[in-house]
Design a protein around this ligand. Structure first.
Ligand code: HEM
Length: 455
């Protein structure tokens, strides 16, 4: 039986495919606005596409074996790209996402125990408390147009703040959001020189980025100082991620993080975690508003459930499939890019030092040869006995650098979607199609208005 034979699945809108003969400069101009719009039909059909990126070759990889090679078997030969480092260093510093070599091994090993599914289970009460508050606020807004994207952004930021520090973000949340918006709207966008010059050559934007970094580091250090002032009794169990990270010791050397390192780790976890999860939840709500039958299935799964522990979350199999399918169609991280440190051979092609390898979950998840009805929303495909190839479905990446926050993000998004859809019927109050834009994450081109009613 075909996976979608029962009901005709919805096909949500996407940007038009780029002409396959788009020029290099045309592509560079569009990248800043919407990287997804630079990919033509070939990128959804072929396994490997070779091109040029300034002085180096570039490759788009859509072949699971080649991706396994780059992200897993020979991952040490690949590092973050110079443009990625330039864009992210001012906000993430030397934290886990940008660290390389021994510094990365130390950080990953030291932080891992704080991010296991078991450690995440202890953070679920913080998540449910924020959800209770969000639902209570939404109850006062039933029947009127609501901007669920903004509400998801505030909610995931609040969850990030409470799980990190145990305190609410009512005082510092707005400043934190302003930092995120300021960076994302201007400094976080790659300009021509950012891509053309090596990282050691500062571009005019880098000066503005350095000024931003100074203010940002002072702000995060102030949050940490406030949290330290609350203290923790010796021997008491860790209350939040900050306690876990502050007490973390390298299992091999016994070394912990310095104050400067903690600033970068805290900044990395808050930034890498909240916008990505908000984006996933926004798209899930959008898809469920387009597909009321599927929305009803989520609602009926949650009926009679308390939904306040990890065991409850694990029982929401259909809601989990909706989240998985949402992240297939709208992977928040639409591109995973690497630069080669040295020569290699990938999918039969010669790769040289400095060449750029692009693994684009956006393309891979909609590839015509890898998926049945690639553009249709069919959550049940994730409930079939045969899961998709591990290297064809990569919302969280793969290999040693897989997202450390994946168990956290999955628990948070399943819990939030189940609780929200269990409480409200969600419809669109706006008929304009919502087009995904690839800038930092997979963002909607506008925030549509929704209408919610109590179930
Ligand atoms: C839906 C939500 C999320 C998505 C889609 C997502 C996606 C990703 C992806 C694709 C990578 C791999 C990047 C690469 O290989 O270049 C990654 C890495 C990472 N993510 Fe997430 N992420 C999410 C939530 C989170 C959360 C909640 C946290 C922290 C609490 C987090 C922290 C990190 C960190 C620190 C890394 C770097 C890991 C390393 O390099 O060792 N992410 N994420």
């Amino acid at each position: 039986m075909n996976i979608a034979s029962v009901r005709r699945p919805i096909i949500p809108p996407t940007p038009p495919r780029a002409p396959d003969d788009m020029s290099f400069f045309g592509r560079i101009a569009v990248i800043k606005q919407n990287m997804i719009a630079t990919w033509g039909q070939r990128a959804y059909e072929e396994e490997v596409i070779q091109g040029r990126f300034f002085l180096h070759k570039s490759f788009i990889l859509n072949q699971p074996d080649a991706i396994r090679h780059v992200l897993l078997s020979n991952y040490q030969n690949y590092m973050r790209t110079p443009a990625g480092i330039r864009m992210l260093r001012p906000v993430l510093g030397e934290g886990l996402l940008l660290a390389e070599g021994h510094a990365w091994t130390f950080q990953r090993r030291t932080l891992s125990p704080a991010f296991t599914p078991r450690a995440t289970a202890n953070l679920v009460p913080h998540m449910t408390a924020v959800l209770d508050e969000t639902i209570a606020k939404l109850e006062t807004r039933t029947g009127e147009p609501v901007d669920l994207r903004e509400i998801m952004q505030r909610m995931t930021l609040e969850i990030a703040g409470r799980t990190m520090f145990s305190f609410g973000m009512d005082r510092h949340g707005p400043t934190l959001r302003n930092f995120v918006m300021e960076y994302g709207e201007r400094l976080g966008r790659a300009h021509f020189l950012d891509m053309a010059l090596p990282v050691s050559w500062p571009t005019p934007m880098d000066r503005a980025r350095a000024r931003f970094r100074k203010r940002w580091v002072e702000f995060v250090a102030m949050l940490i100082a406030e949290r330290r002032a609350v203290g923790k009794k010796d021997g008491a169990p860790p209350r939040d991620l900050f306690d876990l990270m502050d007490e973390a010791r390298d299992p091999e050397t016994g070394k912990g993080f310095s104050d400067e390192q903690l600033v970068d780790e805290v900044a990395t976890m808050i930034l890498a975690g909240h916008e990505t999860t908000a984006t996933a939840l926004f798209w899930a709500l959008y898809l469920l508003a387009l597909d009321p039958d599927t929305q009803e299935e989520v609602a009926s799964e949650t009926r009679g459930e308390h939904l306040d522990s990890m065991a409850d979350i694990d029982r929401q199999k259909f809601t989990r499939a909706v989240i998985d399918e949402t992240m297939r169609l709208y992977p928040p991280a639409f591109l995973i890019a690497r630069a080669a440190r040295d020569k290699d051979v990938v999918a039969g092609a010669e790769v040289n030092k400095g060449d750029i390898l692009m693994i684009a979950p956006w393309l891979l998840h909609r590839h015509e040869k890898l998926w049945d009805q690639p553009n249709a929303f069919i959550p049940k495909r994730f409930m079939s006995k045969e899961p998709p190839d591990r290297f064809a479905y990569l919302p969280f990446g793969a290999g040693p650098r897989v997202c450390i926050g994946a168990p956290f993000a999955q628990a948070e998004s399943v819990l939030a979607l189940a609780r929200l859809i269990g409480a409200f019927r969600v419809e669109l109050a706006d008929t304009a199609p919502v087009i995904p834009f690839g800038v930092v994450t997979t963002q909607p081109d506008h925030s549509p208005m929704f209408r919610i009613t109590r179930r």
